[in-house]
Structure formats: structure tokens, C-alpha cells
Design a binder for this molecule. Structure first.
Ligand SMILES: Cc1cc2nc3c(=O)[nH]c(=O)nc-3n(C[C@H](O)[C@H](O)[C@H](O)COP(=O)(O)OP(=O)(O)OC[C@H]3O[C@@H](n4cnc5c(N)ncnc54)[C@H](O)[C@@H]3O)c2cc1C
Length: 449
């Protein structure tokens, strides 16, 4: 067995967006932080991802994580076009955001963490708990040798395939269903002609082969684009790679696209884990199921959650505490903010993928016409304010059945949002909170039928 560093205050498993962000507050506070990363340091940030995000969501984390800039930004988007299934005409939506050069961004986050005092153990995988009670984890090195690492707090930031969070890490067992996982195939391609980076993005909702998801083209500046197709694991019927090829063949913008790199990836698309902490333990990012169920965006939420977790770990350790109760506030803060918005967005997703082509196209057109509605959707609300409700309902009178479903979806979103805003302030309230959530899930099931 190799000798492991002793006296580690916080061990962070994974150097992705969540892990690097989580390590920052503790390193700045002078705590001994060790990041354990499966890949070589030079490959941190190499990830199959759409890499698109809105910068405004990062503002609350800015004290610790500077927003992407310079070479980290491949393109700045101003709008994108939404298509529905195989329809030829789309709807243009304002979509302010950036597309990342993910490797450059990932390398910078890691460099910032190391400059703040974080130690990195790369080419080393965490394979599980070696002793849950003493927060000791088992590590495996690239030569096959193993060692145990003990820390006062372990933060699981190891992404979708987390080996700690769902293996007794948190205070509540919360298995992930195949309906709650998105799988995607994505390529970075070079096109014969440059695409307009500001307006050239497009998204095809429920594209053929991705009936519970979407296909995308995100410009990366010049001739480069990030192109992919993804859907829930439970809805994959054939080969996703073939669905991707068919999508590319059907889009005039992608004619002559040459593959530079490609691969598949998975992301949880569901409500966050009901409990994000345990004794001496916190789950952040995909390990805690913190991406949006609606659009699978998880970069912003993983960075924000990382900072929330890191700050709470500092508070707890400064009081000499590491219990689930002492770490609880991190989970509560996430649930009441991003968790509430994203869980409500999951209800809207159920509506979107159950609509006919016509209804879905009509809905996209309505959304495109109201910036206020778009902003409200980002917060997990559908019909914001009484005046907006009346105006929207008037627009929907051409489609009374759709209007009824939208009103009931809006109510269900509000109920789910309030449920998450009402997240318990200590572990003792969790069981009853989860019980009330079961009721919500049953009513959503009825709504889907
Ligand atoms: C195809 C696809 C497209 C996406 N598109 C977008 C998008 O356009 N916009 C957006 O915001 N989000 C998108 N997402 C989601 C986003 O990528 C994730 O939500 C986000 O990267 C989560 O960050 P993380 O740090 O939790 O996990 P990750 O980025 O996966 O990082 C986990 C880190 O842990 C390391 N690791 C894993 N296991 C171990 C182990 N056992 N021991 C040690 N280290 C380990 C990994 O090597 C990695 O460095 C997409 C996801 C996929 C799969």
C-alpha cells in the first residue's frame, strides 16, 4: 500500500467543474485540500459535452470561480433557432450565452485551485468507501496498486458514475432510473464554411432517434461546431450514432462536416438527490444529480453547488464539526435555489415531450415572443404574474386543450418549486419531506397519463 498524505481536511474526488469549484473556499481558508483525479492532470476538462452555458448564472460563484473568458470562450451566442422534430421551419429565440473550449476552461479551473493551495493526486481513481464511518476511501493507481485515504470531509465530485454518493454516502438512498439519465453522442466538427457564432446555434426538440431529448449545433467560432444528439437512456431504441449521422445528413448547415473528435457521454436529468450530504460527506455536480432535467445543462449548477459545498465545509470545520447536520445547510441552500428551479423545469419537460408537433411548435412560438416568460422558465416558473397569465391564455384560446394543459403544468411547477423551497433545515425533517415528494411524483405520473 502506498503512503497517503495525512491530516487531509477535505478530499475532493474529481477535478471537474464541481470538484475544482468545491476546493476553492477551503483552500482559500487555509485548509488542507486534496483533489483525487482519475485522469492525467493534462486531460482535466476533456469532456464530451455541449459546452453551452449562460454566464449570468455564474455570478453568485464569482468570488471563487471567475467566469470563462479569452481563449476559454469558443463563441458568444446571441440567439438560437428551435426546430420541432422533423419540421423544416424553426423559431428564433434569444439565447445569450457562450460555448466553451472545455479543455482550456477545465485546465484554468484546476490551475486556479492549485494556485490557491490545493494538492492534486492525478491518474488515481477512487473505487469506493474503505470505511464509511471514518470517511476513508479506497484509491487505485494506474499501476493497479491501492491505498486508503482518510479525510475529515469527503466531497464526491466524480460525476455521473459516482462511487460514493449512492453507496451509503448520503443520508437517503435515492436510486436513479433509466428514465432519469440522458445519453448523448457528440462530435466537434469542421465545416466547409464558417457559421455565424452569434446566431448560428440550433436545437431540434425530439429529433428523430432522440424522442425524449434533442439534437444540437453550437458554433465554436470560425468553421468549428459542437454537434450532438441525446435522449433518455430508457427511450433509446436504435443506435444513437446512426441517429446522429441521420441528423447531420438532414441539416444543410452541416453538409461536408468533418469529424475532429467524437464520443458518448451520460448525465443525470432528474431532481437532485434528496439528500446531498451525510456524516463527513457532500455530493456535488453530476454526482448529486444537479443538472437541469429540462436541458441537461450542469456546468453552471455544478460550479455554484461546488462553491456552496466548499463554503459550508469551511464553516463546519471551523466549528470542529463534520456531521450531516453540520453540513446540511449546503444541501438546503442548493435545493431552495437551483434545485427548486430545476425540479420545476422537470415538470415542463414532461409536458414538452408529450405534445404533438403542432402544439409543441405553437408553444415554442409563444415562448419566443416573451423574454419575461423565458426568464421565468429559467427560474422554474411558467406563467409569471397574473397579467402575463391572462395575456398568454388569450393567445392560447386558439388551442383550448393546450391552454388547459399549460395551466395545469404551471400549477404543478409551482407546487414542485414550493416543495423544494420548503426543504428541511435539518436531517430530522428529511423523511417527512421525502414523503410529501412521493405525493408530488404520483400526481405528475397522473398528469403524464
Ligand atoms: C453529452 C453531454 C452534453 C452536455 N451538454 C451540456 C451543455 O451544453 N451545457 C451544460 O451546462 N452542461 C452540459 N452537460 C452536463 C455537464 O457536462 C455536467 O453536468 C457537468 O460537467 C458536471 O460537472 P461535474 O464536475 O459534476 O462532473 P464531470 O465534469 O464529469 O467531472 C468529474 C471528474 O471526476 C473524475 N472522476 C470520475 N470518476 C472518478 C473516480 N472514481 N475517481 C477519481 N476521479 C474521478 C473525472 O475524470 C472528471 O474529471 C452535458 C453532458 C453531456 C454528457
Amino acid at each position: 500500500m502506498r503512503r497517503m498524505p495525512e491530516g487531509v481536511d477535505i478530499a475532493v474526488i474529481g477535478a471537474g467543474t464541481a470538484g475544482c469549484s468545491a476546493s476553492m473556499p477551503a483552500a482559500r481558508a487555509g485548509l488542507r485540500v486534496l483533489i483525487v483525479e482519475r485522469e492525467k492532470a493534462a486531460d482535466v476538462g476533456r469532456k464530451v459535452c455541449g459546452n453551452a452555458l449562460g454566464l449570468e448564472g455564474l455570478a453568485p460563484a464569482a468570488d471563487y470561480v471567475a467566469p470563462p473568458d479569452g481563449a476559454e470562450v469558443a463563441a458568444r451566442l446571441e440567439s438560437g433557432t428551435f426546430y420541432v422534430r422533423d419540421r423544416k421551419t424553426g423559431v428564433r429565440l434569444p439565447a445569450l450565452g457562450v460555448v466553451l473550449n472545455r479543455l482550456v476552461f477545465g485546465q484554468r479551473l484546476l490551475a486556479d485551485a492549485v494556485s490557491a493551495g490545493v494538492s492534486l493526486l492525478d491518474s488515481c481513481s477512487c473505487v469506493g468507501w474503505s470505511d464509511r464511518e471514518s470517511t476513508s476511501v479506497r484509491l487505485r493507481f494506474s499501476d493497479g496498486s491501492e491505498s486508503d485515504l482518510t479525510a475529515r470531509i469527503v466531497i464526491d465530485a466524480s460525476g455521473f458514475r459516482s462511487v460514493l454518493a449512492r453507496n451509503g454516502g448520503t443520508t437517503h438512498d435515492d436510486p436513479i432510473a433509466r428514465t432519469e439519465v440522458a445519453v448523448a453522442y457528440r462530435e466537434i466538427v469542421a465545416l466547409p464554411d464558417p457559421i455565424d457564432e452569434r446566431t448560428g446555434g440550433l436545437l431540434v426538440l425530439a429529433a428523430p432517434g432522440a424522442e425524449q431529448g434533442y439534437a444540437w449545433v453550437f458554433p465554436m467560432g470560425g468553421r468549428l461546431a459542437n454537434v450532438g444528439i441525446g435522449t433518455t437512456l430508457s427511450s433509446v431504441t436504435g443506435s444513437l450514432r446512426e441517429a446522429y449521422d441521420a441528423f447531420v445528413a438532414g441539416r444543410p448547415e452541416l453538409r461536408g462536416a468533418e469529424r475532429i473528435t467524437g464520443g458518448a457521454g451520460m448525465v443525470p436529468v432528474r431532481r437532485p438527490l434528496a439528500s446531498l450530504v451525510g456524516d463527513g460527506f457532500m455530493a456535488v455536480g453530476d454526482a448529486g444529480c444537479q443538472a437541469s432535467p429540462l436541458h441537461a445543462g450542469g456546468i453552471v449548477s455544478s460550479i455554484r453547488a461546488g462553491v456552496m459545498a466548499g463554503e459550508q465545509a469551511v464553516r463546519a470545520l471551523s466549528n470542529g464539526e463534520t456531521s450531516a447536520a453540520a453540513l446540511w445547510e449546503y444541501g438546503a441552500q442548493f435545493m431552495r435555489t437551483i434545485g427548486a428551479a430545476y425540479s420545476a423545469q422537470g415538470v415542463l419537460k414532461d409536458l414538452i415531450y408529450s405534445l404533438s408537433n403542432d402544439d409543441l411548435a405553437f408553444l415554442c412560438t409563444q415562448i419566443a415572443q416573451s423574454e419575461r416568460l423565458i426568464q421565468a422558465l429559467q427560474r422554474g416558473s411558467f406563467l409569471p404574474g397574473a397579467g402575463e397569465v391572462l395575456r398568454r391564455i388569450a393567445a392560447f384560446t386558439r388551442q383550448p386543450r393546450l391552454a388547459t394543459r399549460i395551466v395545469s403544468t404551471s400549477k404543478a411547477m409551482a407546487t414542485v418549486r414550493h416543495h423544494y423551497e420548503d426543504y428541511p433545515s435539518s436531517p430530522s425533517g428529511l423523511a417527512s419531506w421525502v414523503g410529501r415528494g412521493e405525493f408530488l411524483r404520483r400526481s405528475r405520473g397522473r398528469q403524464r397519463r
